[in-house]
Write a new protein. Structure first.
Length: 305
């Protein structure tokens, strides 16, 4: 099994997009974005460049994939057909990504909030216009494709059990006795339901979202952060390789969070960039330092071309 992170916070954008090569090419959560506002500032040019490059990687690896999985309907986890001011028009690119694929989607009709349901409806409407494509709702189902087994979780909370952000579906990929679990947006996990699911799956490797420290005391309680840390430590005690990224690394404190767990005996946890032997590139966290006003359209255009 070969695992290639394509877009993550440690690679400069908001995403958890991952390519997995078994006897199948599998593209997980093919979306990428940047925060439209952070520190009351729009994205820096460095972020826009990273966004463009991550979209190009997603398109490139979509051509190597026969399978696409989408855990939920936030725009950093799938490519919409609607345009984005920081990227060229998405419609043609979305068609390129999804055409000819087996799509395993989170069920848009159950365990979903209003925002995600609306986005899912738009996505499905556009997907109907693409030929040679197969759509399956994945929640709590298992599939054998060649020598690769895909197992999808029941709907798990996006963060805490009282979160209003909806639900996600995690995916386990098993190939030749090796299992990877990709658990998008569980944020720690904070939820003990998500923790129990992860431990019961008992994967060799896991990729998951850490807690959003930058929302501490605002949208996330200190108790939830402590719970996420304790749950992550339990995961590290049971799973040999833990990759934690996404929400956690929208703040430089996320690296301290990881390092403090790494100092504990028999535990190892890394950001996704380390799989590629790259240092974490936390562009959103550094926006105050990086941002410069765009004085001309040509300044932005050079990053979009």
């Amino acid at each position: 099994m070969k695992i290639i992170p394509l877009a993550f916070e440690s690679l400069g954008v908001r995403s958890m997009c991952t390519f997995v090569q078994t006897d199948q090419g599998i593209l997980i959560d093919p979306g990428t974005s940047v925060a439209p506002k952070r520190f009351n500032l729009p994205p820096s040019l460095e972020e826009i460049k990273a966004l463009k490059e991550s979209r190009e990687r997603i398109v490139e690896y979509s051509k190597k994939s026969s399978i696409i999985t989408i855990s939920h309907y936030h725009h950093d986890h799938f490519t919409p057909f609607e345009s984005n001011r920081f990227l060229e028009s998405s419609s043609k690119i979305a068609r390129t990504i999804y055409a000819g694929k087996k799509l395993f989607l989170k069920n848009p009709d159950s365990n979903i909030n209003k925002n995600q349901a609306s986005r899912a409806k738009k996505l499905l409407k556009n997907l109907k216009n693409i030929d040679d494509m197969e759509i399956t709702y994945s929640d709590n189902h298992e599939f054998q494709l060649g020598d690769t087994n895909l197992k999808f979780s029941p709907a798990l909370h996006h963060g805490s059990d009282y979160s209003n952000l909806g639900y996600i579906v995690a995916v386990s990929i098993t190939f030749k006795g090796e299992k990877l679990l990709h658990a998008s947006d569980v944020q720690g996990p904070i939820s003990n339901v998500a923790l129990d699911y992860i431990l019961n799956e008992n994967p060799d490797k896991i990729i998951l979202s850490g807690p959003p420290l930058y929302l501490s005391g605002y949208a996330l309680s200190h108790e939830d952060i402590a719970k996420a840390r304790a749950n992550l430590e339990k995961i590290c005690q049971e799973i040999p390789q833990v990759v934690v990224d996404h929400h956690l690394l929208r703040n430089q404190k996320g690296l301290d969070f990881i390092n403090n767990i790494n100092t504990m005996e028999n535990m190892e946890v890394i950001p996704a960039s380390c799989i590629l032997q790259k240092k974490p590139l936390l562009l959103e966290s550094d926006r105050k330092k990086l941002y410069k006003p765009i004085t001309t359209e040509s300044s932005l255009d050079k990053y979009l071309k």
